[in-house]
Design a protein around this ligand. Structure first.
Ligand SMILES: C[S@@+](CC[C@H](N)C(=O)[O-])C[C@H]1O[C@@H](n2cnc3c(N)ncnc32)[C@H](O)[C@@H]1O
Length: 289
């Protein structure tokens, strides 16, 4: 069971976490989400949690006392706990972070609001994280995005035969195109290879399409990809198909391990004649790993 504890002035904003997969994950006891309204820790008569900034300026800042008191009042952690401050100034939230956090037992999110928070609140956090280079009115939506992404990574949440590891970004590659029935929708055909039942060919096609998408849509991700030796022929093909990918040749040739080509046998293991182009097509061209 993984626990999320959210410090927020607006717990009602988290209603979407009670739907669909997140709801089922909580019902199945895989995830527990608790809310602490730090206004409850304000000691002033009017339960004030914010005040004007020293030195002047627009807006109100969250005061340190209620948030410090709320953190100090958390029950001792039941295992590994990380305290995360929602902030547009933090590291940008990425899939590696999702994987890393999914191994914690408890994540505590501190949601800022109004014009921001007193600087001293920063020392309560193990890390400061942003969902992107834009400014929200509060940390609640950011915390929901992060909780949703981490919950998908908890074993059992997506069901046994679905893996978050195959999604876009899990290997720094975007996911390949996916299709479901019908195979012909108003003349738009599903690629024949996906109907072939040939697992090796389908696997090769998917890897190639993932590479194609990543190079064409998000070339900024390419440097983080862990290329495999069998990507090399795929990238060679893609370079012939897209000028934009050919332009990246220096980069991918540097990043992708190059296969050493052995002398090819004209017989496969079952003794059947097998053309080189067929072997190449199904991605089993003999390669030294
Ligand atoms: C209006 S913002 C304050 C921005 C602050 N004045 C600044 O420039 O850094 C209020 C709160 O929303 C949350 N927030 C805003 N944008 C965010 C983002 N991109 N990622 C995560 N949290 C964000 C933070 O908790 C922040 O304290």
């Amino acid at each position: 069971m993984m626990q999320f504890t959210v410090l927020t002035l607006f717990p009602e904003m988290f209603a979407p976490l009670q739907e669909s997969i997140l709801k089922r994950a909580q019902e199945a006891g895989l995830v527990k989400i608790l809310f602490v309204n730090f206004r409850d820790y304000a000691t002033s008569k009017h339960k004030n949690v914010d005040d004007v900034p020293y030195g002047g300026g627009a807006g109100m800042l969250l005061k340190p006392e209620p948030i410090f008191a709320a953190i100090r009042d958390l029950p001792p952690p039941c295992g590994r706990r990380r305290v995360i401050l929602m902030s547009p100034q933090g590291d940008v939230f990425r899939q590696e972070k999702v994987r890393e956090w999914s191994e914690q037992e408890e994540l505590v999110f501190i949601c800022g609001h109004y014009e921001g928070f007193d600087e001293r609140i920063r020392e309560l956090a193990d890390e400061e994280v942003s969902i992107g280079d834009y400014v929200l009115t509060g940390g609640e939506l950011a915390a929901m995005v992060m909780i949703d992404a981490v919950v998908r990574f908890i074993p059992g949440v997506l069901g046994e035969d679905t893996s978050a590891e195959e999604d876009s970004h899990s290997s720094s590659l975007l996911e390949y195109p996916q299709y479901t029935r019908p195979s012909d929708f108003e003349g738009r055909q599903v690629p024949k290879i996906l109907l072939s039942g040939h697992h090796a060919m389908i696997k090769r096609w998917r890897r190639k399409e993932s590479l194609r998408r990543t190079f064409l849509r998000r070339p900024d991700l390419v440097k983080a990809v862990t290329f495999r030796v069998d990507d090399y022929p795929l990238l060679e093909e893609l370079s012939l198909e897209h000028e934009a990918i050919a332009e990246w040749q220096d980069l991918w040739k540097h990043l992708c391990p190059q296969p050493k080509r052995r002398r090819r046998s004209s017989h496969n293991t079952e003794g059947k004649q097998c053309s080189e182009s067929h072997l190449q097509e199904v991605g089993v061209l003999e390669l030294d790993e």
